[in-house]
Design a protein around this ligand. Structure first.
Ligand code: UTP
Length: 404
């Protein structure tokens, strides 16, 4: 214990042990465990955030359009289905987020988007995956990334619903790593007297967390990971045409994209940065780039990403040691003050540290943009109402013939 005090003092973080005397032995043990797993290098970034704006020369990227895919669909599908049957594809469901915009504390996948009957987000995703596995006659390992905050609830939900018909041999859960939040002076915050204020380390945390889990030893044939977000209820998972096209392209990654609805649309855009694939955020795109058009009148920077990627497993292993940029973001983080009272701040009070999956695309070295029809494959549930909301997703589900 003394060591812990000394170390925290040396780091200027004694406040985390402020309530030590009030804690029970198991609470002390847990707090000590949390402190020992702090990644201090990441935490230190609060005072000198990496410059993530250092872009090189940005240029448009060539991709496969809906029409081009249509013309070669049978060929792509055959290659993708073969890869699935040979056990080369695993699906990774990113469900470690906190879904703060939806305003519920429950895991986002447990949200019921139904109208006349329960239609859970997790259930919808599994139904979409089953479409593929039934056609292929082979299951795809489905690896669900949770966080410490929602792991137990997520697993229990799947069990309570019979895993939505997915076989247990092919369903696994792993927890993503957590990082602490700090106040604007770099001090670690407590969310309880014996608990650091921790949050998931961002969706690029999936690979290192999956490797740490040791799960992949069970699926050694995996050559491709199809990584996707929990909140797109029209998501096509392990889409054979997407897999086949990416394999045939020779690219080390693939990204499902939709054509932007308008130059100003707020969506990350896939492009090249000094020849390497990258995703630039809508606010990084200059006005002239956003409006630039090719000879056929199409937007040059039109490929909006929808968080459905394929990653080559071998390449991931090669770049595993590379450091994924850490984004330092201001957030409202509830904390316990010096009197032990829980404070819910009205405005941003802390830095969180997040890695983003889109930063992994550059590390892969090459990426195939694979365009899909927005109306058929993109219905994200981010907000309660308005854009990308429960309402808009319901409308799209109904249009696609899903009974709600
Ligand atoms: P979002 O960026 O929409 O974040 O995640 P979020 O936490 O779900 O929602 P808000 O912003 O708080 O409202 C995109 C995808 O990445 C996953 C989410 O679960 C979602 O599938 N994610 C995000 C993680 O798995 N871990 C994280 O640390 C962050």
């Amino acid at each position: 214990m003394n060591d812990l005090f000394l170390e925290m003092k040396a780091r200027g973080q004694e406040q985390v042990l402020r309530f030590w005397d009030e804690l029970s032995p198991p609470e002390r043990e847990e707090l000590a465990r949390q402190i020992r797993s702090v990644d201090w290098e990441t935490v230190s970034l609060w005072s000198h955030p990496e410059d993530l704006s250092g872009k090189g020369e940005i240029s448009p990227i060539e991709g496969l359009s809906v029409a081009q895919i249509g013309a070669r669909r049978a060929e792509f599908t055959a290659v993708g289905e073969r890869a699935i049957r040979e056990g080369k594809v695993a699906a990774v469901l990113l469900a470690g987020g906190q879904g703060t915009r939806l305003g519920s504390n429950a895991p986002k996948g447990t949200f019921d988007i139904g109208i006349t009957r329960p239609v859970y987000i997790f259930g919808r995703l599994i139904a979409n995956l089953l479409d593929v596995t039934e056609r292929c006659g082979a299951y795809v390992p489905l690896l669900v990334m949770t966080s410490e905050k929602n792991d137990a609830e997520t697993r229990a939900f799947f069990e309570a619903h019979g895993r939505f018909g997915y076989p247990s041999e092919y369903l696994r859960f792993f927890c993503q790593d957590m990082v602490p939040s700090v106040d604007f002076g770099g001090k670690l915050l407590l969310e309880g007297k014996g608990r650091l204020a921790l949050s998931p380390n961002g969706n690029a945390g999936w690979y290192s967390s999956l490797m740490r889990s040791g799960l992949m030893k069970e699926f050694p044939e995996t050559e491709w990971y199809n990584v996707f977000a929990v909140d797109n209820v029209l998501q096509r998972i392990a889409d054979p045409a997407f897999i086949g096209a990416t394999i045939l392209s020779g690219c080390k990654s693939g990204a499902k994209v939709v054509s932007k609805a308008a130059p100003e649309e707020r969506v990350g855009v896939l492009c090249l940065d000094d020849g390497l694939p990258t995703v630039i955020e809508y606010y990084e795109l200059t006005d002239s780039m956003a409006h630039a058009r090719g000879e056929g009148g199409e937007l040059l920077y039109r490929y909006g990403v929808i968080l459905n990627y394929l990653f080559d497993a071998r390449r991931l292993k090669e770049v595993a040691a590379a450091r994924i940029p850490v984004h330092v973001v201001k957030k409202k983080v509830p904390f316990v003050d010096e009197t032990g009272a829980l404070v819910s701040p009205g405005r941003e009070n802390a830095y969180k540290f997040e890695t983003l999956i889109l930063d992994m695309i550059s590390l892969m070295g090459s990426c195939l943009p694979f365009e899909v029809e927005r109306e058929r494959e993109f219905a994200p549930v981010k907000n309660r109402t308005g854009t990308d909301s429960v309402d808009s997703a319901r409308e799209l589900l109904l249009k696609n013939g899903v009974e709600l």
